[in-house]
Design a protein around this ligand. Structure first.
Ligand SMILES: NC(=O)c1ccc[n+]([C@@H]2O[C@H](COP(=O)([O-])OP(=O)(O)OC[C@H]3O[C@@H](n4cnc5c(N)ncnc54)[C@H](OP(=O)(O)O)[C@@H]3O)[C@@H](O)[C@H]2O)c1
Length: 317
């Protein structure tokens, strides 16, 4: 039986983690809930019990505690290092440590072997990366991948509770640049010198780290006025011919993937666990090129569920 703490327990991802820990009946003896402040009005519910929200005190953590991180990367940089000194296990959702060479970046269906025997910090990938690599991994077993082009249509919940509130507020306001309602915002995160945004760079770097393969990824990330569910249009060029039929069969037999002939829309995937792949088709002039759509619930498989699955892997060992 474990002591589990959720840092960011009041946010979108943290509260979904608490929900999934209950759904999947993990052996949690004690749940600790942390956020930016406590107070009499701040509790979370776990198996019918009201748990007070507190400010994290690394010195009070017991060895062996499992901490799920669901805070921004700036906040994670403050609490993760002192907590690691207490010999706890941390599964962090922020981007703060994902690209550190010594930190495993894990999607259980793709690279469970990346978790060392005595893990300290494990990073959960970006939501768009998780659904992309889950779909790419079975296809990469059919033929080596030469390149991947991906355009994302990301829901506002990917920007946390503030993103959801902003879409609701925008519905009341006059049209404006960068608002979510009735718009497509073709820039997520900050734009760097290369012209690519931080969100696009995460997709490129995290994909090759998780897949342990070196191929170029051409990304374009946009925010669309959808509540939950990220959608991606993916084009893959393989070294050899990969027919859409073979690709569909490989995906159908893979863990964590659902296949639909018609494509799957975000309204249909909210609240579901799989990564959904649809509309597989080969390019008429090059059968080594395969195109398809990928959709997943970004708060579940794109964040909270993936993190809980990592804990399940640790418990199986
Ligand atoms: N949303 C997604 O689809 C998604 C997917 C993948 C990864 N992620 C990543 O997961 C992380 C959390 O995202 P989210 O969407 O859940 O954000 P969110 O809804 O904005 O929640 C942020 C959480 O962080 C807490 N927090 C803020 N300052 C803190 C502090 N100083 N100490 C402790 N906790 C603090 C907040 O608590 P208060 O209530 O006290 O402010 C809140 O619980 C981010 O790094 C995000 O990039 C999100």
């Amino acid at each position: 039986m474990l002591t589990v703490g959720v840092v960011g327990a009041t946010g979108l991802v943290g509260s979904k983690m608490i929900e999934i820990l209950q759904e999947r009946s993990l052996p949690v003896k004690r749940l600790l809930a942390f956020a930016s402040r406590g107070g009499p009005d701040r509790t979370v519910s776990f198996h019918g019990e009201s748990i007070p929200v507190q400010i994290i005190n690394p010195g009070a953590l017991e060895k062996g505690t499992v901490l799920f991180g669901a805070t921004s990367s700036g906040v994670a940089l403050q609490w993760v290092p002192p907590c690691l000194l207490r010999k706890v296990v941390i599964i962090d959702n922020s981007s703060a440590f994902r690209m550190s060479p010594e930190v495993p970046l894990v999607v259980p269906e793709v690279n469970p072997h990346a978790i060392p025997d005595e893990p300290g910090l494990i990073a959960n990938p970006n939501c768009s990366t998780i659904q992309l690599v889950t779909a790419l991994a079975p296809l990469a077993r059919l033929s080596p991948i030469e390149w991947v082009s991906v355009s994302t249509y990301q829901s506002v919940s990917g920007a946390g509770a503030r993103g959801v509130a902003a879409l609701e507020a925008d519905e009341e306001r006059a049209p404006a640049v960068n608002r979510f309602h009735r718009n497509v915002v073709c820039e997520i995160g900050e734009t760097g010198e290369s012209g690519y945004t931080t969100e696009e760079t995460k997709l490129v770097r995290e994909t090759v780290k998780i897949m342990e393969m070196d191929f170029p990824v051409f990304p374009a990330a946009a925010r669309v006025p959808v509540g939950v569910g990220h959608t991606e249009s993916v084009t893959v060029r393989f070294r050899d011919i990969v027919s859409s039929g073979d690709a569909g069969r490989a995906l159908l037999g893979s863990k964590g993937i659902g296949v639909s002939a018609t494509g799957v829309q975000p309204v249909a995937v909210e609240g579901t666990d799989p990564v959904w792949v649809g509309r597989l088709r080969n390019h008429p002039s090059d059968a080594r090129v395969l195109q398809f759509w990928v959709t997943a619930d970004n708060v579940r498989k794109g964040a909270a569920l993936n993190a809980v699955q990592i804990l399940e892997l640790l418990l199986k060992r």
